[in-house]
Ligand binder design. Structure first.
Ligand SMILES: N[C@@H]1[C@@H](O)[C@H](O)[C@@H](COP(=O)(O)O)O[C@@H]1O
Length: 260
């Protein structure tokens, strides 16, 4: 696991560099897309590069991490609509090349199984962008999630619903109680995991993710088992790391050609 501590804008540039390097090497790459506020600067940077340098997403595919259950098709906070607005429409991506779990399906279990099949049929995810919840979730894999889980329905914790109430006019009751999320086993099959975390509110979850014991109590800790995981942190999110000095020193002495 590589830990990089920098400013939020520097982190966004690093993540965008990794996406760009992948797309230049493999134009039909499969990208894993996260919602939430953490990746927004990365999406801004990718949109800028698309507009200014012609970085192309035309042949790429995208798979979303998660989706609320039951939000109307035109609800602005439906993750499908958020992803459309924040990245898909800004980089000239054909909407049908980006998929998410169908939170409006009549048969949710079947929709989850179909989603797993679509990811596999696309050849798996090359680079998965991730945020982290204050309770240590990735995707919407809340504490207690099986470390081997696949895409399925989950019940959101009160904490996650409170954290996300800001997107629903501050009203926690407006936040859905259920979601569909790629499982931890699904996420772990992506070939490169790039997690972004900023702000003091993420410091404990980040400490657990990087330095805690692998445990379903902090689901993101499964990333310690991944052969290629990158954790991009601002100073506040890194503020509880015990080995921060070592991570800084390691990154500072990294050969430039290596990339993330
Ligand atoms: N389901 C999403 C996650 O995919 C996201 O990474 C995380 C952090 O959100 P944010 O980036 O807004 O802090 O929680 C949300 O609820």
């Amino acid at each position: 696991m590589e830990v990089v501590i920098a400013t939020p804008q520097e982190l966004a540039v690093l993540a965008a560099d990794a996406v760009e390097a992948l797309l230049r090497r493999k134009p039909d790459a499969v990208l894993g897309l996260a919602t939430g506020s953490s990746p927004l600067r990365v999406y801004d940077e990718l949109a800028r590069r698309h507009a200014e340098t012609g970085l192309s997403f035309a042949q790429a595919r995208g798979f979303m991490l998660d989706e609320y259950v039951g939000l109307a098709a035109d609800h602005p906070e439906r993750y499908r609509n958020v992803i459309e607005k924040e990245i898909v429409s800004r980089v000239g991506w054909a909407p049908e090349r980006v998929q998410g779990p169908d939170g409006l399906a009549e048969d949710l279990a079947q929709a989850c199984a179909a989603y797993e099949e679509s990811i596999a049929a696309a050849g798996g995810v090359d680079l998965q962008i991730l945020g982290i919840g204050t309770d240590g979730h990735i995707g919407f894999n809340e504490p207690g999630s099986s470390l081997a889980s696949r895409t399925r329905i989950k019940t959101l914790t009160r904490q996650t619903r409170e954290d996300n109430a800001r997107f629903f006019g501050g009203e926690v009751d407006q936040v859905p109680r259920h979601c569909l999320t790629q499982g931890l086993g699904t996420i772990m099959e992506a070939r490169h995991l790039v997690l972004l975390a900023t702000g003091k509110g993420k410091a404990e979850a980040v400490h657990q993710l990087v330095e805690g014991p692998v445990s379903a109590m902090w689901p993101a800790t499964i990333m310690q088992m991944h052969p290629h995981a990158t954790v991009l942190l601002d100073e506040a999110a890194a503020s509880r790391l015990q080995l921060a000095g070592y991570y800084r020193q390691t990154y500072a002495s990294k050969p430039q050609w290596q990339g993330l």
